[in-house]
Design a protein around this ligand. Structure first.
Ligand SMILES: [Zn+2]
Ligand SMILES: [Zn+2]
Length: 233
């Protein structure tokens, strides 16, 4: 019974069309394995929340455009518009990508195309509801589901990355660089973020790595100010 190696190598055990792992016996006739279906379900469930977070960001960006950067200083460039966010929340973004999947599923099911569901903000939860309701069918019987599983994975990853970037606390200014380079004060604007104690001058490359170094930095900055005051007096 275990000697039919030739037969065994020729026999192809059915695999998940998404992750290519062998299907379990009780999954034998499915298109994707249960873990792939479960991951896709969780991603779909999270998409409306991610969209809502990004949509707010986009609105803020639109409100800020033309107003210039919130930080002053002639050398500070304006904050670039977050195109990756706009590309997700605007028409043609997440809502359109989900609608395309819904339409493909409807087409295969012999149903009419998805009804008009309004703005992306209105449409995203509706498309997600449809896809969640019909995911068991697709996992079971839709032979092109692997491509949609991948699209949903990528869409979710793009949103998660955009939201993660958004959560980074803003930079705060920490005075001008007091380092002398070839006898000239660097005077670049130094900045720090709340999550990291490292301050690095983007112009001369000097680093202050911890709070002890911050104290030294402050002393150096005070010395520069005192010297400037002495020159002016
Ligand atoms: Zn799988
Ligand atoms: Zn510097």
């Amino acid at each position: 019974m275990h000697d039919h190696t030739a037969d065994l190598t020729q026999y192809e055990w059915p695999t998940c069309t998404a992750c290519r792992k062998p299907l379990w016996e009780n999954e034998y006739e499915r298109q994707i394995c249960r873990p792939c279906e479960d991951k896709t379900r969780v991603r779909l469930q999270e998409l409306p929340g991610l969209f809502a977070q990004l949509d707010t960001t986009a609105a803020l960006m639109r409100g800020a455009s033309g107003g210039g950067a919130p930080t002053s200083g002639s050398k500070t460039p304006p904050i670039p518009p977050r195109l990756e966010v706009l590309n997700l929340v605007a028409a043609g973004g997440m809502a359109t990508r989900l609608r395309d999947i819904e339409d493909a599923w409807r087409n295969r099911l012999g149903w009419t195309v998805a009804p008009w569901r309004g703005s992306p903000r209105q449409a995203v939860p509706e498309h997600v509801r449809f896809l969640l309701n019909n995911l068991p069918w697709a996992a079971d019987a839709y032979d092109s589901v692997a491509q949609d599983v991948e699209d949903i994975r990528r869409l979710h990853a793009e949103c998660a990355a955009a939201v993660a970037n958004e959560r980074k606390p803003g930079r705060v200014k920490t005075g001008l660089c007091p380092v002398r380079v070839d006898g000239q004060l660097c005077r670049a604007q130094l900045t720090a973020v709340a999550t990291n104690h490292r301050i690095r001058c983007g112009t001369c490359g000097t680093e202050w790595g911890d709070l002890g170094a911050w104290r030294e930095l402050r002393q150096q900055q005070d010395a520069v100010l005192a010297e400037a005051a002495g020159v002016a007096a």
